[in-house]
Design a protein around this ligand. Structure first.
Ligand code: SAM
Length: 244
């Protein structure tokens, strides 16, 4: 029997959450990149650049980007891994995956891609040198299952990078809340004709584990040497861990 989980501030059946998340990303896919730039004033580029630097992908490495969306991380990883490497773009949502694929094709590149749920990754054990997930874990119904899967497909010594919204430095909370609950839905309605998806974004950030809670979840999934870096006063955190 299905349990309950949250979809933003709403309580829903576990089986229903994936469908509701799919509706969100079907709705935002066409305006996804523009909205990312507008909502974060371009800062998502710096957060991803930091993630790419910490990942330190080397020529010949195998990399799995989970919940790739339009593929910002995977594209950069592919440059690091070079022609001998293997970088996968994956996402549960077809519209987002197609967006990632098309952006790559427009740049004259092709990477292997798979439409899959992070909770059931279609890859062998101990395969990847690096697994990444950026702004995706928050949307997953069973985060502990997804983390366990990411660990499973990592080779011993491999690293996992989780970039996600987190808990902002307390003194900034009032202004951050105002921005999240007033400005974001307004921007969503003006640019993407969709206030609800951006209200979900704000709510889902509040429901997501904070820095320490996510660290604990990762340790419970069997990951080791977990550490995190706060970015933009904790608006976002990058967690890094290893499979030993
Ligand atoms: N990683 C990209 C980035 O940083 O721009 C995209 C992030 S986007 C906010 C979140 C992505 O997570 C969406 O493309 C969505 O379809 C995907 N997603 C949500 N639940 C998922 C799941 N269970 N398994 C795989 N992908 C999922």
């Amino acid at each position: 029997m299905n349990g309950k989980t949250h979809f933003g501030y709403e309580q829903v059946d576990e089986g229903e959450k994936a469908r509701k998340v799919a509706d969100v990303f079907d709705s935002v896919a066409s305006k996804y990149d523009l909205m990312n730039d507008l909502m974060s004033a371009g800062m998502h580029r710096a957060w991803k650049a930091f993630t790419i630097a910490i990942a330190g992908i080397r020529p010949g490495e195998r990399v799995l980007d989970v919940a790739s969306g339009s593929g910002d991380l995977a594209r950069a990883f592919a440059r690091g891994a070079g022609t001998n490497g293997e970088v996968w773009i994956t996402d549960i949502n077809r519209a987002m995956l197609e967006r990632g694929r098309d952006r790559l094709l427009n740049e004259g590149r092709a990477l292997p891609l798979a439409q899959c749920n992070a909770e059931h990754l279609p890859f062998p054990d101990d395969y990847f040198d690096c697994v990444s997930v950026a702004f995706g874990l928050r949307n997953m119904t069973r985060k502990e299952a997804a983390l366990a899967e990411m660990r499973r497909v990592l080779r011993p010594g491999g690293r996992l990078l989780v970039l996600e919204f987190s808990r902002v430095w307390q003194p900034l909370k009032p202004v951050y809340d105002w921005y999240s609950f007033k400005v974001l839905p307004w921007l969503g309605s003006k640019i993407a004709d969709d206030a609800d998806s951006y209200r979900y974004l704000a709510e889902s950030i509040r429901m997501h584990p904070d820095q320490e809670q996510l660290k604990t979840l990762m340790e419970q999934a069997g990951l080791e040497r977990v550490e995190y870096f706060n970015l933009s006063a904790g608006v976002v955190a990058l967690h890094r861990a290893f499979k030993i």
